[in-house]
Design a protein around this ligand. Structure first.
Ligand SMILES: [Zn+2]
Length: 268
């Protein structure tokens, strides 16, 4: 059972990443993809991956921080160019499996949309150059996002639509193009439309995640999330698909392995 999206570097975990990883292992978690969202957290993800043999890293700049790379007119800045070069250098680390999280966030709009698009385009190019899959963050921007990726070109190694919250069109878009859906704690929420999308996508289009410390599943809402809780996501997905949890575990693990190829990530 793999947590394909976690932020063990967050201050919410204090200095306890070791204890959090231990608890998750005891709950059956065999791998963690620690996702960066700016330069510092990309480096922190690499540091964690060097410290724990079952943790891997991604490097990338989140749409909230798109101004690190581009200006409000959507032009890459000189400082942004230097940061992209630094990201590329980090992406060569053997335990970095993907570029991300990158994408569009029109819900919080913490950076101007032209900057978000420019930062995304530059990092999709990086993913293509480095032959790495992409971890996407999309919020209230599904149609713009899917159209944008079609327009600029699909990343050759595809990727995951993390914290999937799209509609049927987004599911079908992903299925047709070979992208996977990242399913986390939201699937356990009573009012969620996600179960219907999970059923539409089918088991082999899914990877499991927690997004810890955020988005805790039922019955942990309002608390700090932990990678150990990916078990609750697994059980809920199995219920939706009317499958044995063990079968869902085996197949989502296989999907993760085929997409991210952690076996190639040699410990330095
Ligand atoms: Zn995240």
């Amino acid at each position: 059972m793999i947590d394909s999206h976690v932020h063990l570097n967050r201050h919410e975990f204090g200095g306890e990443a070791g204890a959090v990883v231990e608890r998750a292992r005891a709950a059956g978690v065999t791998g963690f993809l620690n996702v960066g969202y700016d330069l510092d957290t990309s480096q922190a993800s690499i540091d964690l991956a060097e410290r724990f043999p079952d943790v891997w890293a991604t490097v990338g700049v989140h749409p909230h921080d798109a101004l690190l790379l581009a200006d409000d007119q959507g032009r890459l800045t000189p400082e942004g160019g230097a940061r992209l070069a630094r990201l590329e250098e980090m992406s060569r680390h053997p335990r970095v499996l993907a570029i991300g999280e990158v994408g569009l966030d029109f819900f919080r709009d913490l950076s101007p949309r032209p900057a978000q698009r420019a930062a995304l385009a530059a990092q999709l190019e990086l993913a293509a150059r480095r032959d790495l899959p992409v971890v996407f963050h999309v919020r209230d921007a599904w149609d713009p996002m899917l159209d944008f990726v079609d327009e600029v070109g699909l990343p050759p190694r595809r990727g995951v639509l993390h914290a999937f919250s799209g509609d049927a069109r987004a599911v079908d878009w992903a299925l047709e193009r070979g992208f996977k859906l990242g399913i986390g704690g939201v699937v356990t929420y009573r009012q969620s439309t996600l179960p219907a999308m999970v059923a539409r996508a089918g088991c082999d289009a899914l990877v499991l995640e927690t997004d810890a410390p955020w988005l805790p599943p039922v019955p942990h809402r309002g608390q700090r999330n932990e990678p150990a809780h990916v078990r609750l996501v697994l059980d809920t997905v199995a219920g939706i698909l009317q499958m044995e949890p063990g079968e869902v575990e085996r197949r989502t693990d296989a999907t993760f392995a085929a997409l991210f190829q952690p076996g190639k990530a040699v410990t330095p």
